[in-house]
Design a protein around this ligand. Structure first.
Ligand code: COA
Ligand code: ZN
Length: 297
């Protein structure tokens, strides 16, 4: 039997939020449609954060208004405070992904919260989201290292995941926001999180900043993870992380997994085409390997 690995496409949010290029709302919607045509069933389609903090996501409400809901794609909205949650509910997000932070340095710069304050904010916002009957997930950012405070203890990540579980979060993403994890860290953090938060489903989120992105996907899959975040073309990064680079590229992840016999439901050719379609709009080449080398065989 083929094992299924689900890709959550984060290009329209994590991808576009930090790119030097800017897409219009119409272009974002075309990007989303192309991703759907390539087989994406779940994607981060925008974030409801301060437009002053992240200007590229200022039109997320318009993007959500323009979505073709007949396609049944699960459109995820990112939020990190109550105002964002309320805006995401108003936008009729199919899922809200709340951002927790595992490091104090990054937390204060990115969302002006310590790790515990981010967990408290989630606990305060969760009832709102449950009342609106919107599936709630959470992503723990800088789970493998913080650009300002340095090493992050796996116990801190596990404790945040346990608090998310208590708040009724169905799925927790472990985010390597600055691309510092190694495959062995990935296995270790997953093990520790499972001990403290056995009831949450785990999703892994990698940035390929230091060359270990695909190796980390391998380690996650070997550890039994079957939901992986990735961005078309490998675009992306966080405006509050120095030297941020993109997420692992969807087409590179799909190629590696499908060639090994896993099933992702993504059409590799269409994903590569979409990555190439982005290049003139963004005004630069995308970083994925498959967009350069093409598929094989
Ligand atoms: N959506 C829209 N506007 C928001 C908002 C939200 N979710 N949260 C706060 N704001 C607005 C406030 O209304 C206020 O606007 P005003 O100055 O016009 O009155 C302004 O932002 C500042 O609000 P305040 O509560 O003082 O927040 P802050 O200055 O401490 O900033 C955050 C904190 C969280 C709002 C801000 O840092 C942020 O949005 N960060 C997002 C980081 C991000 O998206 N990172 C990448 C993904 S992890
Ligand atoms: Zn990210």
């Amino acid at each position: 039997m083929t094992r299924r690995i689900d890709i959550v496409e984060v290009g329209p949010r994590d991808g576009l939020q930090n790119d030097p290029g800017t897409l219009t709302t119409e272009q974002k919607l075309e990007f989303i449609t192309r991703l759907e045509d390539a087989g994406v069933k779940r994607m981060e389609s925008g974030s409801f954060v301060s437009p002053r903090a992240v200007p590229k996501m200022a039109d997320s409400a318009e993007v959500f208004r323009g979505l073709d809901r007949t396609r049944k794609t699960r459109h995820i909205a990112l939020a990190l405070n109550e105002k964002g949650v309320r805006r995401a509910v108003d936008a009729k997000a199919d899922e809200i992904n709340f951002v927790l932070v595992a490091g104090e340095g990054f937390g204060l710069k990115n969302q002006r919260m310590t790790p515990q304050e981010s967990a408290d904010a989630l606990a305060a916002c969760a009832p709102l989201i449950h009342e609106a009957e919107i599936p709630l997930s959470a992503t723990i950012s800088v789970a493998f290292g913080d650009p300002y405070s340095g090493e992050v203890e796996p116990a801190v990540v596990a404790n945040l995941a346990a608090q998310a579980q208590r708040a009724g979060v169905a799925e927790v993403g472990l985010g390597d926001t600055i691309g510092v994890a190694t495959p062995w860290d990935v296995r270790n953090v997953i093990e520790q999180v499972r001990l403290q938060a056995p009831d949450v489903y785990l999703r892994l989120h990698f940035h390929d900043t230091r060359g270990a992105g695909l190796a980390n996907v391998f380690a996650a899959v070997e550890a039994g993870i079957d939901v992986i975040d990735a961005s078309c073309g490998g675009i992306g990064g966080c405006p509050f992380a120095p030297a941020a680079t993109g997420n692992v590229a969807t087409e590179d992840v799909v190629y590696m997994l499908e060639r090994a016999g896993f099933e992702t439901g993504i059409d590799l050719g269409k994903m590569i085409e979409t990555a190439k379609w982005l290049e003139p709009l963004l005004g630069h080449k995308v970083s994925s390997s498959l967009s350069k080398a093409g598929a094989f065989p």
